[in-house]
Design a protein around this ligand. Structure first.
Ligand code: NDP
Length: 266
């Protein structure tokens, strides 16, 4: 009985504390819609104060209105690399030190590789890779100094599998996965953890547009998803809370698939 009692109180402590983000400040790019919005909601529900960014002020205002008092926004285009350091500095001046950054904002385009122009390729790489490095560096240099922080990348299973017509997107996400391992290694002794989440097919504006324009693609995606349904943005939000929390304190350099089983194999 004594043993059971000890186990129970340990479980209570786990349930109460270890997944909590109480007292943490999180920055989430592209937090006004889709996956980013649900990461913001889940992190706020876990107790964090949250700053979301995006290019459309009206979208951010609406998101913040629905998320409550612990969430604020900053209008920012992540591709404007000259403003990245200033963004982080202004947020920290206004709200205090950042504990968590989630590189969620991203763009995609579906086109056969031979039709993709240099301009299109560069635009996707610039948004999904260069901007992610720039913001991560701006946050990490402060986190390393404080010996504390969590960096999350929203990658994609496109980093791992040959999904046709997304050549630039797949290249950008594969590169992000590579970056996670290097940064996790470089910061591992500095109290800063770096991990990725690799979503499968998640129902958002980005995926709905693509699937609605191409029903055959939708059928194929469904056939490739063992759980037989697409994911919801909050499925990524829950994983993000876990990886940002102390429950994941011994996890760094990992990529967590949240994909209804896509990664079991095609
Ligand atoms: P959405 O298109 O629904 O949302 C993308 C968000 O990013 C928007 O809020 C947009 O806001 C913001 N954004 C885009 N470009 C910029 C920019 N230059 N500067 C600042 N913000 C920007 O996409 P999802 O929610 O579906 O995708 C979120 C992430 O998840 C992406 O990285 C995507 O690659 C990844 N992912 C999604 C999957 C899915 O099935 N949905 C699957 C695998 C990965 P605004 O336009 O106002 O700037």
């Amino acid at each position: 009985m004594k043993h059971l009692h000890t186990l129970k109180s340990h479980t209570d402590t786990l349930a109460q504390n270890v997944f909590s983000l109480e007292g943490r400040l999180a920055l989430i790019t592209g937090g006004g819609s889709g996956i980013g919005l649900e990461i913001a909601r889940c992190m706020a529900q876990a107790g964090a104060r949250v700053i979301i960014t995006g290019r459309r002020e009206a979208v951010l205002q609406e998101a913040v209105a629905g998320l409550g008092e612990s969430v604020d926004y900053v209008v920012n285009d992540i591709t404007d690399l000259a403003s990245t350091d200033d963004l982080v500095e202004q947020i920290e001046l206004a709200h205090g030190p950042l504990d968590i950054v989630v590189n969620n904002a991203g763009i995609n385009m579906k086109k056969p590789a031979l039709e993709v122009t240099d301009e299109e390729f560069n635009r996707i790489i610039h948004t999904n890779l260069n901007s992610v490095f720039s913001l991560t560096r701006a946050c990490a240099k402060r986190m390393v100094k404080r010996q504390h922080g969590v960096i999350l990348m929203i990658s994609s299973m496109a980093a791992y599998y040959g999904i046709d017509r997304v050549v630039a997107y797949a290249a950008s996400k594969s590169a992000v996965e590579g970056m996670v391992k290097v940064l996790a290694s470089e910061f591992s002794a500095d109290g800063v953890r770096v991990n990725a989440i690799a979503p499968g097919f998640i129902e958002t504006e980005m995926s709905r547009t693509a699937m609605n324009n191409d029903p055959e693609r939708r059928d194929r995606a469904m056939r490739r998803t063992p759980m037989g349904k697409f994911g919801q943005p909050e499925d990524i939000g829950h994983a993000a809370v876990f990886l940002a929390s102390d429950a994941a304190r011994y996890i760094t350099g990992a990529s967590l698939p949240v994909d209804g089983g896509n990664s079991i194999g095609f």
